[in-house]
Design a binder for this molecule. Structure first.
Ligand code: 8YV
Length: 323
């Protein structure tokens, strides 16, 4: 019997191909001159998909009737229709856990950069302006601030752990209250009104699209700072540009955008926005750990029929396979 055939629709971290080497036959679809012909020719043989940022929906899976697992690189999997996959008996896995600390570190760095205008101060020095006088005092300080975390999951908890020793208080808004000591707000607007840092860590996708809108930004107020390390789609970017330009909020630190890698031109012009190019988890060790988890999910599924980290939408399916 030949090796199981795994489809890789787009380029991924090299550890994925290295880890699967010799154990599966890998189709690197982006290298094919006629990808559609390859998908048609191999449609019955392909049993697994290793996915990076490629959109995978029901229509895509209908072209590959024998696929049983989609192993996605990243903790967020909003580009994959996991419900459509479950309906077709396809398990979806993501890579939770291994990037929590890295993303939390990035969030903290971005917060400090934004509050204290550190990138702007560095630009000031590089532009030779220091000779003309010191960089202006920043309006904001981190001290005494109150943070509202939108989406207290593993990464949110890692951020809370980091800011608590800085003296920043923590509250959160989730769909449901958690068994934690932080104050819970059933209403996002009410939380925004009571805090002066809104930290977004909630997953992307249709359920959270534009959750942070003009009303929430208005509630955050003129001393408010927005940090987003989750998905750009959670924020109404046009409303954010307006809120930053008009002083409705003080500043924003963003790692993610609505239409990556395109960044709203209005943001690029704003002095009170710190903009990172989606680097939350982007270190070699963490990305390698994420890639290894993709490999382990696929191999565990082949060898034992159980993926390691299925997404919640696949839970029923995994239970049925176990039973
Ligand atoms: C990566 C992420 O940028 O895990 C996520 O959800 O956003 C990041 O770690 C993403 O996986 C794309 O490579």
């Amino acid at each position: 019997m030949g090796l199981p055939v795994v489809l890789m629709p787009g380029r991924m971290n090299p550890v994925v191909a290295e880890g699967l080497d010799g154990k599966v036959e890998l189709i690197r679809l982006w290298e094919e001159t006629d990808p559609d012909a390859v998908l048609a020719d191999r449609r019955d043989e392909i049993v697994a998909v290793a996915a990076g940022g490629t959109r995978i929906d029901g229509a895509f899976l209908d072209r590959l009737p024998n696929v049983r697992i989609v192993a996605s690189f990243g903790v967020g999997y909003d580009q994959i229709d996991a419900t459509a996959a479950a309906e077709r008996g396809v398990v979806v896995t993501n890579t939770p856990g291994v990037l929590d600390d890295e993303v939390a570190d990035t969030a903290l760095g971005l917060l400090l950069m934004t509050v204290r205008e550190l990138p702007q101060a560095e630009r000031y020095l590089r532009d030779g302006k220091w000779q003309g006088g010191p960089y202006p005092l920043t309006k904001a300080t981190l001290h005494g601030r109150r943070m509202g975390i939108l989406g207290l999951g593993r990464i949110g908890q890692a951020i809370a752990d980091r800011v608590t020793p800085f003296g920043v208080s923590v509250a959160y808004h989730n769909r449901r209250r958690k068994d934690v000591d932080y104050r819970y707000y059933p209403s996002l607007v009410e939380m925004a009104r009571d805090v002066d840092i809104l930290m977004i860590v909630i997953p992307g996708g249709d359920n959270t699209r534009h959750l942070v809108n003009a009303e929430v930004l208005g509630a955050l107020g003129p001393d408010g700072i927005l940090i987003n390390v989750a998905r750009g789609t959670v924020v109404d970017e046009a409303a954010l540009v307006e809120a930053l330009s008009s002083g409705t909020i003080l500043s924003a630190g963003l790692d993610v955008y609505e239409a990556e890698p395109t960044v709203h031109p209005g943001l690029l012009d704003l002095p009170n926005a710190v903009l990172l190019p989606h680097v939350g988890s982007a270190t070699i060790p963490t990305r390698n750990a994420m890639g290894n988890l993709v490999v382990e999910n696929i191999l565990n599924w082949f060898n034992y029929g159980t993926p390691l980290t299925p997404v919640p939408e696949s839970a029923e399916l995994v239970k049925r396979q176990d039973g």
